[in-house]
Design a protein around this ligand. Sequence first.
Ligand code: PHE
Length: 431
Amino acid sequence: MEREEWSSTLGFILASIGSAVGIGNIWRFPYVVGANGGGAFLIPFLIAVLLFGLPLMVLELAIGRSTGTSVISAFRSIRQRFAAAGLVIVAVVSLILGYYLVITSWVLAYALFFVFNQPMEFDAFTGSYLPLVFFLLSGLAVYVTVRSGVRGGIERASRYLIPFLLVILIFLVVISLTEPGAVEGIEFYLSPDFSRLADPGVWIAAFGQAFFSLSVGMGILLTFGSYLKREPLFRNAAIIAAADMLIAVLTGLVIFPLVFTAGLDPAAGVNLAFITLPTAFTEIQYGMVLGALFFLMLFAAALTSAVSMLEVPVAALMDTYGYPRKRATLLVFAAIMLVGLPSALSYTALNLEALGMPFLDLADYAFGTIGLIVAGLIVSVVGGWFMSRIRICEEIGGCGWQQKIYMALIRYGVPSILLITLVGSFFLGTG
Ligand code: PHE
């Protein structure tokens, strides 16, 4: 069967923005900024995105387009034995998807709570078995989308959801900036503390956040690249990265003014999105409407990211074992629901724990932090060192001095930074 293609460059860009913009932008980024030097954090973050994230994005797209196939088969075509490395990447994305879907399902639940004007305490929600219902519902939404194909599913979802997200976001920014706590919130969020830049932990946080947020090193862009015609890759990658950063920065302008307007302390992590913010929404004017909009926006972001993750194992099954899309999607969907189940149960009355923390937190650390970096390392080494230089040059528009700098970054810069981030993340633990 002929390989599917994006219907247009815009379709591809929207799908990639859909992949990049997710839970990571909307609640992870703002609190990472707040905790790591405020506005000053933007310096290491920008460096991380431009010098390391962007080159790796381009490399993934180049591998995908040049081999015309997904992770496992692409790696195999570079060297037979790299198929196993491709399999590792497929496994990491699937494991991330397992717990990512759990958070996605909480977002869906909160969106509906606000839409129906019935806010529910986080403990009461997770203590019930409702999370399992929503886990299944979100899983089904992702399943149905990927099953419908590259154009008819993945691209179409992003075409509707990304503009929807942007409109809500801009509306919320305007509202938040006119709230009484706006100044205090922005001060907390952005007032720069440059002394923090001397702390290596801040840099590690910036690199970790950049790679997570750009969805890079996961084989997603590689798979997306395999559906791409000839295009200027750098320009497309730059647009995707810019949109990703812009949306991340803007959501901070929504969150902190609201939190301070409600007179609350900005908490970190799960608590910020599912306890602090919902409380804030119950306290400010028109909070129910704003809450509904906020969680609907977050759901749109999370759904398109989850869809892009699911496409990686599905495409791998199709390309490597010749499965038809529908069967591949069903199989992977079932596997992901099983893999995600322990995370889905970890905040419920069952309180599933491992190594002394909720299973979901452990999964976020093991797969979403360490696994992600390892996968990025694999991509940069396989692509940078083993794919022929000429083939990469062909994809990135020639072999001039710019491309030489690029190759040096890919071969030496990106792997070193990933190694440092890996070691740093070990020492910094789950915090
Ligand atoms: N980039 C997505 C986000 O910001 C998450 C993601 C990570 C998606 C890894 C795919 C792979 O939420």
